[in-house]
Design a protein around this ligand. Structure first.
Ligand code: A3D
Length: 320
């Protein structure tokens, strides 16, 4: 059986890390695409030269032409510009919308059967636009944000409670950004929900709220420290988990920005919700029960995503 083919559109900080991880995990052959000449070729060669040391077999190629992604099984999109200190994700909208138009056309022409994972910010609006520009079925185009946001939440909780990250599950809903909705009720340490841990005296409700806020600000915290760009290791790991679930038909339940067609009472939009990812792409959107507070936070988050989608339609009327 031939190896899977993974195309990475954008070979910057996240793209390079994705290529390295996909190689280490032997997910398939890897094509790094970028508009910068020489850079994807250089990264591909560098990672290929690490393969004898780490013991993985994968062909790596760098390219500046879309022909090279022909027939890709998975396409992960990071093309565009990242945030600099002081910039919000939304400041990136206009520049990255143009990039999504080019990328969408390239995917439609050369990899129409791929499972597409978008990472470019502002995430929910960009994945919505990429699906429109590419014309691929909406269950094959998904956005990465919730896996990263919940990983941050899990890491902070594990650190606070001094337990293994493996035993912390966490649940984050809504758009990627300041309005994301970390759901404490559905987040657990070895199955014990966080509100119960507060009752058991593991931490105070105030401390838990601080951790929730740090999760919401998790991206900005890294931008502030790095100064020259945004997070890339954890975002890459998160997208690889989604790609792996698709390629191996693992049917993992992961929070992703998914197209809603009536679920949660919403249509024609992309919002972070729990989904099952398997060989069929997004095989199911899971509709969870929310209490009044959670629903209010979710609605606020949806409204902020809707605002960005409307802004995209103004910039690019063909999307309306
Ligand atoms: P960076 O290292 O700048 O890489 C982006 C790459 O895209 C660069 O190499 C550019 O040359 C390339 N590029 C620009 N325009 C095009 C084009 N038209 N076609 C192909 N390639 C192009 O950024 P990064 O890898 O750090 O981040 C990439 C994106 O991910 C940014 O939009 C970030 O804001 C976003 N991001 C999202 C998350 C989420 O959780 C959703 C987290 C971190 C970063």
């Amino acid at each position: 059986m031939a190896r899977n083919k993974i195309a990475l559109i954008g070979s910057g900080q996240i793209g390079g890390t994705l290529a390295h991880l996909a190689g280490l995990k032997e997910l398939g052959d890897i094509v790094l695409f970028d508009i910068a000449e020489g850079m994807p070729q250089g990264k591909a060669l560098d990672i290929a030269e690490s393969s004898p040391v780490d013991g993985f077999d994968a062909k790596l190629a760098g390219t500046n032409t879309y022909e090279a992604i022909e027939g890709a099984d998975v396409v992960i999109v990071t093309a565009g510009v990242p945030r600099k200190p002081g910039m919000s994700r939304d400041d990136l909208l206009e520049i990255n919308l143009k990039v999504m138009e080019q990328v969408g056309a390239g995917i439609a022409k050369h990899a129409p059967n791929a499972f597409v994972i978008c990472i470019t910010n502002p995430l929910d609006a960009m994945v919505w636009a990429l699906q429109k520009f590419s014309g691929l079925p909406s269950h094959k185009v998904v956005g990465m944000a919730g896996v990263l946001d919940s990983a941050r939440f899990r890491y902070f909780l594990a650190d606070e409670f001094n337990v293994s990250v493996e035993d912390v599950t966490a649940f984050v809903l809504g758009g990627h950004g300041d309005t994301m909705v970390p759901l404490t009720r559905y987040s657990t340490v070895a199955g014990i929900p966080l509100p119960d841990l507060v009752k058991m005296g593991w931490c105070t409700a105030e401390r838990l709220e601080q951790i929730v806020q740090r999760t919401r600000d998790g991206g900005a915290e890294i931008v502030g420290l790095l100064k020259t760009g945004s997070a890339f290791y954890a975002p890459a790991s998160s997208a690889i988990a989604m790609a792996e679930s698709y390629l191996k038909d693992k049917k993992r339940v992961l929070p992703c920005a998914a197209a809603l067609n009536g679920q949660y009472g919403l249509k024609n939009t992309y919002v972070g919700v729990p989904v099952i990812i398997g060989a069929g792409g997004v095989e199911r959107v899971i509709e969870i029960d929310m209490n009044a507070d959670e629903k209010a936070m979710f609605d606020k988050s949806v409204a902020s995503v809707d605002g960005l989608i409307e802004a995209c339609k103004k910039i690019q009327p063909s999307l309306a």
